[in-house]
Ligand binder design. Structure first.
Ligand code: ATP
Length: 335
């Protein structure tokens, strides 16, 4: 359904060219849930926004690569084509629902208008559909709540409303950019469960962007790990969690809190993410990598298959060598 080929997105800033997306290739199939994880600044949002050309142009330019949605080139769409494409085929929800809702217009009207923008139905049918959608996303008393203003809803409820708005056009792909970061933990879990149930009901593919490995663990079939504008590891969720093949992914996983663990402090990844204007030569993670070898500073590892099908990693260490290094590290940490 979605095919991204060797995509490069550059941001021309006064300080220089930020290589925010630096040669990324992936597909999303209908109904699939794909998680994109990485630290702040790794290029997740720029990548997601480029799928519907939401990065302001300038500063964004697309010097190389292609994005196809059902064989249509998104990078070659004109303004009018983009307008109908956005929301209708691919919809997006953001971290802060308040910024996407109009504070002075009732929820019901905003939702009804979103439906009417995409479907040729009467106003009363759209209203009925709006109530149905609010019900689907778990808003109690939806017919009554249609008359509420955004500030009369809690943060979690507002995120539910936005999910309903995104579903108004029955998109084939829903991009959720850090949809739960602004919510507290119990509400986060409810919103993630809602996304899962929506996918089952509507068959919508979901691309979820997060810096939280716990979020992708809960939701994603397939995970792509981003570092410095590149995908450094991708595979099925179980490959990423149980056959981790790239030291950056391993570091992200080690920084996750573990329920019931005797570990008392969270392990953070030492060092800073690289400057995307002057990225380091060789592997961009090398300056922070606990397993770096001499070659890592000179040659950039390609994203290559590992032993499990469709599991790719960009690391000069072979699977067995990485396994050995991890075991040595565990030995040092436990002694
Ligand atoms: N409008 C812009 N102008 C200049 N640089 C930008 C702009 N937007 C993003 N960047 C830079 O592009 C890089 C990628 O940013 P992006 O927002 O995609 O990261 P991210 O992984 O989504 O991080 P976060 O989780 O903090 O949103 C960063 O170095 C960021 O500073």
């Amino acid at each position: 359904m979605l095919k991204v080929e060797n995509l490069h997105v550059h941001l021309n800033t006064p300080a220089g060219v930020v290589k925010a997306v630096d040669g990324i290739t992936f597909n999303i199939q209908p109904g699939e849930t794909v998680g994109i994880v990485g630290e702040s600044g790794s290029g997740k949002s720029v990548l997601a926004h480029s799928l519907i050309r939401l990065n302001p142009e300038p500063p964004a330019v697309y010097p190389d690569g292609e994005i196809y949605f059902e064989d249509r080139s998104v990078l070659h769409m004109n303004k009018k084509e983009l307008q109908t494409f956005r929301g209708k085929e691919i919809a997006m929800i953001f971290q802060d629902p308040m910024s996407s809702l109009n504070p002075v217009i009732r929820i019901g009207r905003q939702l009804t208008e979103a439906i009417l923008a995409h479907r040729k139905i009467s106003k009363s049918e759209a209203k009925k559909k709006a109530i149905e959608l609010l019900n689907d996303v778990g808003i109690p008393d939806p017919a009554v709540r249609m008359r509420s203003y955004p500030h009369q809803f809690s943060g979690g409820m507002r995120q539910r409303v936005l999910i309903a708005m995104a579903l108004a056009s029955e998109p084939k792909l829903l991009i959720a950019d850090e949809p739960t970061t602004a919510l507290d933990v119990t509400i986060q879990a409810q919103v993630l469960d809602l996304l899962k149930s929506i996918q089952q009901k509507y068959g919508t593919a979901i691309m979820i962007i997060t810096h939280d490995m716990g979020v992708v663990a809960r939701l994603a079939d397939r995970i792509m790990v981003m570092y410095a504008g590149k995908i450094v590891e991708s595979g099925k969720a179980e490959d990423i969690f149980y056959h981790t093949s790239m030291p950056y992914t391993w570091s992200l996983l080690r920084s996750m809190p573990v329920l019931g663990s005797t570990r008392h402090r969270l392990i953070s990844i030492e060092g800073q993410p690289p400057d995307l204007i002057n990225p380091p030569k060789g592997c961009a993670f090398q300056p922070r990598c606990p397993f770096a070898m001499e070659d890592c500073a000179h040659s950039q590892p390609a994203l290559e298959p590992r032993s499990e099908a469709h599991h790719l990693a960009a690391c000069l260490l072979s699977e067995s060598a990485f396994e050995e290094k991890k075991n040595q590290m565990k030995g040092v940490l436990s002694s």
